[in-house]
Design a protein around this ligand. Structure first.
Ligand code: AMP
Ligand code: MG
Length: 503
C-alpha cells in the first residue's frame, strides 16, 4: 500500500523538460576567485546520446522522455545551454601522488549549474569532457569514449552496491578525434552530485594564504551540506570530524567490495565522502591485498591495501588546510577517530559478508585467515564470497564447490571447521544466513574485462552492451536471467588488463 502511494505521488510530480529545469546556482554566487566562468566547447561533429540513466533523471525531476530529443544530446554535448545554467570551471589544487601541485582545477569539466528538484534538493550538473578551461594546463579538455564509459558504468555499479558516489545522468558521444596513446573518439558525461567540492579546494586557499576565501568556502559547505553544525561551537572542527567519518566509511565500503580507486589524490577526494573521479579504478578479480589497479602507479602508493592509510593521509592534508579556522588539537582529535571508525565499519561489513550476525572475539582472525586463504589460492574475491553464502554448517558437510577454489584444501578444511563452529555458536540457520549474505555479497561487479568488452563494442558503435551491463549492475545482489555471463571470472585475455591515467 505504502509503495503504491509513493508511485502515485511520483507520477503526480510535474516532470521537467530541458527548458523548464530549475536551477539555483549557489557556487556561482561565491567570490570570483573560486572559479572561471566559461561555456563548454562543443564537438565539431554532431553529438549523439549513447546512454541515459532514468533514475538519475528522477533526481532532477527530468522527464525521461526528454532523452529522445536531439536537443538533449546538443545540451549535454556542450552545444547549447538550458535556461538558468551558469557554467563555470571550479578552482582547486591538491596533493598528487604525495606531492603538492599548486594549481589544478576543472581542466576538462564544467559545472553547468545546480538543478533543484521538488524535494528541495540541489544537484550539480557537471559536464566532463567539455573542452579546455583556464585550468587545463597541458590537457586538451576532452575525455575519450573509453573513460566516460568506465565512469558511467562504475557510477551505476557503486550506486547499486549502496556505496556513496557521484551519479551519471547520461553519456553523449561524437565522432571527434581525441589523441591519446592512440586515436580515439571524444565523449561527454553528465555527472551529478550534491556538491563537487574536493579536499583540494580547501588546500588551494590555504597554500595561497587566502584565509578569507578559505573561511567563505568552509562556511558555504557547512551551510549547504552540514547545516546542522551551523550554530555549534567549534563548527569547523566538527565539520572536519564529519568528513573524517564519511571518508572512513566510504573507504571501508570500497575495501569490502574489493574495489580500488587508483588515484586517491586529494583533488579526487569528495568533501561529502562520495566516490569521485573514476579513472583507472578496479574491482579485484583474484584476491590480492597488494592489487594495483593503476598501471601508472609504479610504487603502489594507491594499492588496494594502502587505501585505508591513504584516506587518513588525505584527511591530514585537509586538516592542515583547516588550521587557520580550527584549533590544531581539535583537528588532531578528529583525525584520531579515523582508524577506529574505519575498523568498526570494515569489520561490520566483513562480518556481514561472512554471515555473522553478532560480533565475537576471534572474528577478525577468522576473516583475516579466510582472506589469507584467498590470497594464497588466487581465488576470485566476489565469486568466493557469493559462494560462501551456500556454506553448509551440517555435520560432515564438505562444501565441495567452495572447497575447489582453494589450492591448499587441508587448510581450507581447517578453516571451514572453525567457521562452522562459529556459525553454530550463534545459532545460525543455513537458509536464513544465505539470504542475508546474498544481500551483501554481489553477484555482479564491474570487472575490468567486462568494461573492456563493452568499450570495444562501443568503439564500433554498438552500444547494446552498455545497456545490458548497466542493468545488471543496478541490482548487483539479485540473480538476473540472461546475465549469468557477467558473474563469471575473467577469461585469460581479461585477467590483469592494464588501465592507466590516460583518459
Ligand atoms: P585526474 O587525475 O583525472 O583527477 O585529473 C587531474 C587534473 O588533470 C584535474 O585538474 C583534471 O581536470 C586535469 N585533466 C585530466 N585530464 C585532462 C585533459 N584531458 N584536459 C585537461 N585537463 C585534464
Ligand atoms: Mg580528478
Amino acid at each position: 500500500m505504502a509503495k503504491a502511494m509513493k508511485l502515485m505521488v511520483q507520477r503526480d510530480m510535474p516532470q521537467r523538460t530541458l527548458e523548464t529545469l530549475s536551477f539555483d546556482n549557489t557556487y556561482a554566487r561565491l567570490p570570483q576567485a573560486f572559479y572561471a566562468r566559461l561555456n563548454p566547447t562543443p564537438f565539431s561533429e554532431p553529438p549523439y546520446l549513447i546512454h541515459a540513466n532514468r533514475s538519475a533523471a528522477e533526481l532532477i525531476d527530468l522527464d525521461p522522455e526528454q532523452f529522445e530529443r536531439q536537443e538533449l544530446a546538443e545540451l549535454f554535448g556542450g552545444k547549447a545551454l538550458a535556461p538558468g545554467m551558469e557554467p563555470l570551471a571550479m578552482l582547486y589544487s591538491g596533493h598528487q601522488f604525495g606531492v603538492y601541485v599548486p594549481q589544478l582545477g576543472d581542466g576538462r569539466a564544467i559545472l553547468l549549474g545546480e538543478a533543484t528538484n521538488q524535494r528541495g534538493q540541489r544537484w550539480d550538473l557537471h559536464l566532463k569532457g567539455a573542452g579546455m578551461t583556464p585550468f587545463s594546463r597541458d590537457g586538451d579538455g576532452r575525455a575519450v569514449l573509453r573513460s566516460t564509459i568506465r565512469e558511467y558504468l562504475c557510477c551505476a555499479a557503486m550506486q547499486g552496491l549502496g556505496i556513496a558516489t557521484t551519479q551519471a545522468l547520461c553519456l553523449v558521444g561524437s565522432d571527434d578525434k581525441v589523441y591519446r596513446e592512440q586515436i580515439e573518439t571524444g565523449a561527454m558525461l553528465v555527472r551529478m552530485a550534491p556538491s563537487h567540492v574536493r579536499f583540494g579546494m580547501f588546500e588551494v586557499f590555504y597554500y595561497r594564504k587566502q584565509h578569507e576565501h578559505l573561511k567563505t568556502l568552509a562556511d558555504y559547505v557547512i551551510e549547504q551540506h552540514f547545516s546542522h553544525l551551523r550554530d555549534t561551537g567549534e563548527k569547523y572542527a566538527q565539520f572536519f570530524s564529519e568528513v573524517v567519518e564519511r571518508t572512513a566509511r566510504l573507504i571501508a565500503q570500497w575495501q569490502a567490495v574489493g574495489w580500488a580507486h587508483g588515484v586517491m589524490n586529494t583533488d579526487n577526494m569528495s568533501i561529502l565522502g562520495l566516490t569521485l573521479d573514476y579513472g583507472p579504478y578496479g574491482f579485484m578479480d583474484d584476491y590480492d591485498a597488494g592489487f594495483i589497479c593503476n598501471h601508472s602507479d609504479h610504487n603502489g602508493r594507491y594499492a588496494f591495501n594502502q587505501q585505508p592509510y591513504i584516506g587518513l593521509w588525505n584527511l591530514s592534508c585537509l586538516a592542515q588546510a583547516l588550521l587557520p579556522l580550527a584549533e590544531k588539537e581539535a583537528l588532531k582529535a578528529g583525525l584520531e577517530t579515523y582508524q577506529p571508525l574505519f575498523d568498526r565499519e570494515y569489520q561490520e561489513r566483513m562480518r556481514a559478508k561472512c554471515g555473522l550476525s553478532e560480533a565475537q572475539a576471534g572474528d577478525d582472525e577468522l576473516i583475516r585467515d579466510f582472506l589469507g586463504l584467498l590470497q594464497g589460492s588466487h581465488a576470485d574475491y566476489s565469486i568466493v564470497f557469493r559462494e560462501l553464502g551456500a556454506f553448509s554448517s551440517q555435520n560432515g558437510a564438505v562444501n565441495e564447490t567452495l572447497r575447489e577454489h582453494f589450492l591448499n584444501r587441508e587448510r581450507f578444511d581447517e578453516w571451514a571447521v572453525r567457521y562452522r563452529d562459529r556459525l553454530r555458536g550463534e545459532g545460525s540457520r543455513d537458509d536464513e544466513r544465505c539470504t542475508r549474505m546474498n544481500r551483501v555479497n554481489p553477484k555482479y561487479v564491474l570487472r575490468n574485462y567486462l568494461a573492456q568488452a563493452t568499450i570495444e563494442k562501443a568503439q564500433h558503435k554498438d552500444f547494446s552492451e552498455i545497456d545490458r551491463l548497466f542493468t545488471a549492475l543496478q541490482t548487483p545482489f539479485t540473480e538476473q536471467p540472461g546475465m549469468e555471463s557477467y558473474a563469471l571470472p575473467p577469461p585469460n585475455w581479461g585477467k590483469h588488463l592494464t588501465v592507466s591515467c590516460s583518459s
